[in-house]
Design a protein around this ligand. Structure first.
Ligand code: SF4
Ligand code: SF4
Length: 201
């Protein structure tokens, strides 16, 4: 049974992982930093102000530290995927009835999304009606909207191999027109999948 409460899993430590100190945007009165930029307090041995780190850092728990169905190899620096739990209030209207969502930030490129453990976990999660918000230094897509319901891992793998390059091409910092082109292609893909889901239903 997967825990829904937002509390730390005992025995799970960040260890050498510093993904959230680099990849996340922090906009807090005590600390501001851009996404994908190392925090100025991050040193070779981790947080240089650990005992005095801001509350926003003390409170943050990535999904790997919350979900007990994520095995040790899901630690973000090992898996290349930083997972964050999303409360219904943080999700689009279409998903507000779900108990929670998972934002999966891809840090490790295509290899991270084509890892068998990633595909199997994503398939199980979506089969339970939990939305997966997938981003790769890009705006997110709702993966559930791009995959036929009940898709097996082979179908999901094919879809991820098609979707990831579009997300990558639409990443922040790229040429604006390229970004718009690939965001549009992702919208078309979503519409196409939704149309076929409706036709099949
Ligand atoms: S991403 Fe998760 S495991 Fe890594 S440092 Fe942050 S809280 Fe710890
Ligand atoms: S203050 Fe420390 S814990 Fe917080 S983001 Fe910076 S390095 Fe990480």
């Amino acid at each position: 049974m997967i825990r829904l409460d937002k509390s730390l899993l005992s025995g799970r430590q960040c260890g050498p992982c510093t993904a959230c100190c680099i990849d996340l945007k922090i906009a807090d009165p005590e600390l501001k930093k851009a996404a994908r930029v190392p925090c100025p307090h991050l040193g070779a041995k981790g947080c240089g102000i650990y005992d005095k780190r801001p509350g926003v850092c003390r409170e943050f728990l990535c999904g790997w530290r919350l979900f007990d169905d994520m095995t040790d190899d899901w630690r973000p620096d090992l898996s290349g995927v930083l997972v964050m739990r999303r409360a219904p209030s943080e999700m689009p209207a279409a998903w507000k009835a779900a108990p929670y969502g998972m934002h999966m930030v891809i840090l490790g490129g295509e290899a991270a999304v084509l890892r068998p453990a990633f595909i199997a976990y994503a398939a199980r999660t979506m089969a339970r009606g939990i939305p997966i918000f997938l981003s790769a230094a890009s705006p997110y897509i709702v993966l559930n909207d791009h995959v036929p319901p009940g898709a097996d891992t082979a179908v999901l793998k094919t879809r991820l191999a098609e979707l990831y390059p579009m997300l990558h091409a639409a990443r922040f910092g790229q040429n604006l027109w390229q970004r718009i082109r690939f965001l549009y292609r992702l919208q078309i893909d979503r519409g196409y999948q939704k149309y076929h889901m409706k036709s099949a239903g």
